[in-house]
Ligand binder design. Sequence first.
Ligand SMILES: [Zn+2]
Length: 748
Amino acid sequence: MGIKEQFRFVLCLLLFPTLLFAATPDVVLVTIDTLRADRVGCYGYAKAQTPTIDGLASQGVLFTNAVSHVPLTRPSHLTIFTGLFPFQHNVHDNVAAPLDPKIPTLAEILHQHGFATAAFVASFVVNAQSGLQRGFDTYADEFDPRKQPTQFALNLEKRGEEVYREFAAWQPAAKGKPYFAWIHLYDPHFPYEPPPPYSTRFANRPYDGEIAYTDEILSKIVKLLRPNTLLIVASDHGESLGEHGENAHSFFIYDSTLHVPLLMRWPGQLNAGSKITFQTRLVDLFPTILDLLNFPVPRNISGISLKPWLTRTGESEPKLLSYCETFTPWLHFGWSRLQGVRSSQWKYIEAPKPELYDLAKDSGESRNLYSRSATPVRDLRNWLQQSGALKAEAVPSTQELDPETLEKLASLGYAGVPSTAAALTGTLEDPKDKIGEYKIFNQTIREGIEAFQAQRYALAAEKFELLRSRNIPSFEVHYYLGRSYLQLHSYDKARTEIELALQKLPHFLPAYRDLSESWESQGNIKEAEKALLAGLTIAPNHPLLIQSLAWLYQTQKQFTKAEALLLAELQAHPDDLESRFRLGAIYRDTGRIDPAIAQFREIVMRTPEDPEAHNQLGMLYGASNRFQDSAREFEKAVQLAPQEKSYRSNLALVKGKTNDSLFRFRIIETKTRAAADVIFKKLQKGEGWEMLAQKYSIHPSARSGQPVLELSASEMNPSLAKVLSTLKTGEFSPPIASGNSFFLVRKE
Ligand SMILES: [Zn+2]
């Protein structure tokens, strides 16, 4: 290269800095759940231990005034991924129908542009059911209880370490391709339980301890990134640490839960150490990321691209308004919802008692300046009205709700089932007046459910009775009180509560099973059946109700009805292993061993790590004299559950059968010595064994066609074993006295 060419090349680089990284970058979005901005060092918190976040901010762009739109994990992440406010993507709650499939997501678009895509999420509220999984090749949302410390939040979240390991294991899979990874870290979310050494170092500040731990995880993630990576670190919402009477998040829309940390780092592309101080919004991330990559930005979104302010200087500040809401008080308690709009200076909150705050002078939002005529109120309210936000409907989905989900939500501080009956009309209570009740409710219901899960039903009932007496309208109070009474055998009381729960939420199908159980426990099979049929008229294919009804029929020996139900259910849901198990059990109990074996083999194939399925299959093989197969299955069961004694004894039993002391023989049993002698003489004269057995034997095997019995020596009367050991195949014995009977045996 001559001097002239070299000069031109350098000039080129100076003029077109993007040429430095002509290749498409990796894009890594890290969302640190529940991280409020003012607990991070680069946002001015002196006691912070966040060297990684602070370092990234100095290498990239820090957004000092970034806000979330909704203090709830699922709706907020959906806003990040769609560029739409919650009233546009229509997900307002952690329990909701999946995102409308017509709305494109960031992952889908990047995938279309050739990115390898993967998400590593740490909470079940953003599992694949949310719709967030769309566009991801890999979506790691499995929560394996065995990988979590036992005390850790009931196994419904992943520690940062686990998320980091999943990402590290996946990353080489992207090979040379650029990739988009979303890494979700959930540790700062309640309950605050940082692992050592943070647990001791931050013993008095566990929330800060979770943040410090998360910062360390982030440092390990950052070390894995390739140089040409656009890294975005954000939080979905903050955390109210007692401010305005709120302990965590979701109930109010003050800045303690809306002001979030946000930074971007892209070496060589974004100015290191710069700050954006005007109000920016999580809704802007979607268009900004696409624009930075020079990809077209979909129309009809609410976010705008911040690229001009990230890549050029001297741009005048945009005056961005930010929408905010929480529907929690409304959906979960029937109180008013809160919706607001925030500018760099003002926040207006639409509520029965409206609020206006001057954020520039009163960042703690402690002086409500609302008056109908105040200019900011008029402008902000106009915006709210014209945006369509106030007309938003919320149709919460109850489909995924089951007792397990309710318990998980309650343990995370989200008690209160979204009601389908919530109405906007009429005068609804202002959440500001209800915060005390809300706190008592959340705390007591969590204590009640914890007691219920620990099988301390009397204590659980006490907690739920307390809430019932306070008259807080809640499905859960009635439902869990009913279930506690069910466990305490107070069936009439149980029924009253479960019926009240069903009045509030008729579509909560598991409650019909509980209702049925209360009747069945009192021996009223007709009513028990009626309760299940009532649930099945709402959802004719509901597996739990079908299984319960089949079980009810089975206990009444109505095997044909039970079998028909389960067969239909399995046709609709071939993966329903519970139904398959029950069908197999019916075949087994009605002596149809081969069909039973077929069902259990299917179960074992689908869940090879289920010890009980292997045990059942082992017993069935044993019953059809396939002892080697039987031993193999018991061995697997023992291997999977070494602590289970019955698996071991089954294995020992069948091993006894597979060794030399196993006898195959037929038997004739009589009540008297004289009868036995007569038969013995006839046998000696050459009369047929089968005919004599059918004519004289009182042993049940004689009536069913004299099958060959197969027993090991250890399983039979020692005198019988002794006789059998002296006989040759085809020989029969003289009468043997045993108990009140007399036996003749023939070795086979
Ligand atoms: Zn969250």
